[in-house]
Design a protein around this ligand. Structure first.
Ligand code: SF4
Length: 226
């Protein structure tokens, strides 16, 4: 069904106001330099279809504890049977949240009518997207679908100081605003032993009132996640 590379049994932060279980889908074709899920990038290092039954059993046993299932990654939109998996999980009574890069519009379009919440990353200015993923037209189609649709959503940008500066983030906010996006979040990038950067530079996004006020011209209720 879908390849599940990991599970977080219980979360209160991945789906607003819901208690949820996160299923991490195995495989992602993007190339985010700050990726903290390197183990989930390969499309091969996963359990096979049979494990979905185990996952489902696990979910059913937790039905009294959690309201929702968050499909994260990796990148869920590269699971060819994502729609079937969502249908099966919904049949068991769970709401569905999707965490995605929006990088495969065909599958996104298939599942959009089934999901209850979507959080989509907008990683770099649209014109720079080839650095991360050579399929930016899908990203744009997914954004427009979200902007025009009725499903609750959040568009997110991780403030990686190696990839972004304030001018770029401002241009991204303007781009999203022009596409009709209303809900936007900026989140701090986390440095690791494998991915280092100047932490002060990363934090400087959040302590620059002039920069934040310019963002608020496009998104008065922007969420800042440090
Ligand atoms: S989209 Fe997510 S899983 Fe894929 S490379 Fe980027 S951070 Fe990693």
């Amino acid at each position: 069904m879908i390849k599940v590379g990991g599970i977080v049994p219980f979360t209160t932060i991945d789906y607003p106001e819901k208690l949820a279980t996160v299923l991490f889908c195995q495989g992602c074709p993007l190339n985010c330099p700050y990726c903290h899920n390197q183990d989930l990038k390969s499309f091969n290092d996963a359990k096979d279809d049979a494990s979905f039954d185990e996952v489902l059993d696990f979910l059913i046993k937790r039905k009294k504890l959690v309201d929702a299932v968050v499909l994260s990654g990796g990148e869920p939109l590269f699971q060819p049977k994502l729609k079937n998996a969502i249908e099966v999980i919904k049949e068991k009574g769970f709401k569905i949240a999707l965490h995605t890069s929006g990088a495969n519009f065909k599958i996104f379009d298939e599942v959009y009518g089934l999901i209850d919440y979507v959080a989509m990353d907008f990683k770099v200015p649209f014109e720079d997207y080839d650095v991360i993923y050579k399929g930016k037209e899908d990203i744009l189609k997914s954004l427009i679908k979200i902007a025009k649709g009725k499903v609750d959503y959040e568009i997110r940008t991780t403030l990686d100081p190696n990839l972004l500066n304030k001018d770029k983030v401002l241009s991204m906010a303007k781009f999203l605003h022009e596409k009709g996006i209303k809900n936007y979040a900026l989140q701090l990038c986390r440095a690791t032993d494998d991915y280092k950067f100047d932490k002060e530079k990363a934090h400087s996004f959040f302590i620059d009132d002039e920069f934040l006020n310019k963002i608020r011209e496009f998104f008065p209720n922007i969420v800042l996640r440090k």
